[in-house]
Design a protein. Sequence first.
Length: 454
Amino acid sequence: MSLKRKIALTLSITFSILLGIVMVIIYILFNDFRRGEFKERFVQRLEFTSHFILKSKDFEEEAPVFFNENSDNVLLNEKILIFNAQKQLIYSTLKDQKVTWDPKLLAELDEKKSVYTDKTVPEIYAAKRLINGENYYILTSAKDSTGMSKMAYLKYLLITAYITSTLLIGFFSYYFMGKFLHPLEQLNQEVSEITAHKLNTQLPVKDAKDEISILAQSFNTMIIRLNDVFQSQKDFTSSASHEIRTPITRIAFQIENLIKLEEHSPTTLLGLQQMLRDVYLLSDLTNSLLLLTKFDKENIQTIYEEVRVDEVIFESFDRLKKSFPKLKMDFNISAKSTEEALLTIGGVQSLLVIVFVNLLKNAAIYSDNEEVNILLDEDNSNITIDVISFGNTIPEKEQSRLFDAFTRGNNSQNISGSGLGLRIVKRILEYHGANILYSSPSEKLNKFTVIFTK
């Protein structure tokens, strides 16, 4: 999820929660207000009834006429029960109906003098009054239809307002976050276009003293320092490779002449041949480093050319024959690929030759018989090359670090090498969007699989 969406979502959720809390508080407060207002009506009605009992000469005879003429239209479904001091019902506004009440409520009035509850429908207000020297228990129940309809309408308004506000908050949060973070997106786009060959590119810095402008200034300073370091490293690698190539060539030439022009004992001749092989290997490594300084992953595709994989393999084998004259290669193309195989990919041939020189060299050095089998397979999406040799295999625990720099397995003991060959192979193949895998299908069998995606 992008930063813009994360901030917008966080703001939306935060404001929605706060808004929801505020609306719940409003609803609760309004309900308390309705409750208090309705209770006040109950109190007034009860006082009105108490006053009637006080002034009445014959309560039971006058009550029906009085309550019929003075019914409270505000209190919907009003019901009044009046009990004497012995808690016997002496009057009820309910006619021709069975009258029931909760005796616990009357007992509670002895302690509290008045009780109000809105937990029931209809709501109940009861009070104990001393009138003309006698205690009366008056129970009044009614439904606050008007108040409840207002509460229902308020609930509808609050829910509608909450949903609408949440949607608007989400929309405007995303919109304004996009506005605020647009300079950061531009900065990200400009940074993504900077490569190892464009380290001198400077990001535009606005006059504003906000955090993004400060970040751009800091990034420009970092780019300048990185460019200095990278250029120094590149110049050193290039210069060192150039300087090393000349003495290496001279050493190789002198050893070759020494082997050809003079007679040597078998031991001396073997030593000279081994020295010449090491010089050739060092020369290949120097050439590889020199070539790699010219390319990077971002710009290499601009110089791609059509390369035949089989030609690259044979060129690599011919080059390696100078160092390993006894090396034998068995080259095969799978039967299913023979008829329609094009065997071509986009790439840089000089770099791909380095890949297979290193793989064939490993096969020659670590095999028991200096023989290597090549199996090439092509389908609609990939070209796969298996480089197979027979010798000591690499332990499974070392295979994960096989393509790291300066890594040498247990099977390389007493064998000279730099530990850079497979790392260079991995890097060149990454430049070409290809992959390499190592496996050991059986004992004494090493297989490197190179996969090129068309």
